[in-house]
Ligand binder design. Structure first.
Ligand SMILES: [Ca+2]
Ligand SMILES: [Ca+2]
Length: 262
């Protein structure tokens, strides 16, 4: 068979055209600058990702209210934040994303008193409470939540997570930690029992009586081992990592705090 290149005329691609393999790529000065810039941006993105990223972009959330409040939140693995009954923001990374660790920063309007409400979830594959089921690293997984709220105009502290908050556990599994070592863990079978309850009616309302809810438990960074995004935020004003008592088996929490104007 005849080689199609034999006798073919010398080929010079138009500037910017995709080169055929084995041929030098010709770049106009404009292309060269553009490609160098995008290459630089790509390198920067990689470097930032490697460092856990810079501060998260601040999301502006529309809504009524005369005070502008900035919220910063890091959760293992996922959160939804409500002002009273109004959903302000959900963790932008799906809980089903492996290692879904990230921080969120946002600004929203509010009127005092503030009713701050979180739904916080540690990832679980199913009601066994386990993750990586059937893999070598099958485990209970652990949770953690930290948040700070400041006045967006003055930077003054408004609220931080600490043991002033009340947190109710609505999903706990496994009830026997031996479930973690089961070869074929099944929810509700053997040591893999679970306790799941619905959200109490009206719990996000300012007037809800949470006096029976346990106080949040402050956990050390050594215990929570906060990952991606946590270091991108300068936590101040006494903000603490909180959860219920058991970081591993208590998987879904409702946490609330009422803030009067200072
Ligand atoms: Ca987790
Ligand atoms: Ca867990």
């Amino acid at each position: 068979m005849q080689d199609p290149n034999v006798g073919a005329p010398a080929f010079r691609p138009a500037p910017g055209a995709k080169p055929r393999s084995g041929e030098p790529e010709l770049l106009s000065p404009h292309d060269f600058g553009t490609r160098t810039a995008s290459f630089g941006a790509a390198i920067l993105a990689v470097l930032l990702a490697g460092c856990g990223g810079g501060p998260p972009a601040v999301t502006a959330v529309d809504g009524p209210g005369t005070s502008s409040i900035k919220g910063e939140v890091w959760a293992d693995n996922w959160f939804a934040f409500y002002l009273g009954d109004r959903l302000v923001i959900e963790d932008s990374v799906s809980i089903t994303t492996e290692r879904s660790f990230n921080a969120e920063a946002f600004v929203f309007n509010a009127d005092y008193p503030l009713q701050l409400n979180f739904v916080a979830k540690d990832f679980k594959e199913n009601d066994t409470g386990l993750e990586y089921i059937g893999r070598g690293n099958q485990q209970m997984g652990d949770g953690g939540l930290i948040a700070q709220f400041t006045d967006a105009a003055t930077g003054d502290p408004v609220a931080v997570t600490n043991d002033d908050w009340r947190c109710l556990v609505i999903h706990e599994a496994p009830l026997d930690r031996a479930c973690e070592d089961e070869a074929d863990p099944k929810a509700g079978v053997g040591p893999c029992q679970f306790a799941a309850t619905p959200e109490p009616e009206g719990w996000r309302e300012p007037g809800f009586d949470d006096s029976e809810w346990p106080s949040a438990v402050e956990h050390s960074a050594a215990a929570v081992r906060p990952k991606g995004g946590y270091d991108a935020i300068s936590w101040g004003h006494g903000a603490r990592l909180i959860w219920s008592p058991d970081l591993e088996t208590q998987n879904t929490l409702l946490c609330r705090l009422t803030v009067e104007r200072r």
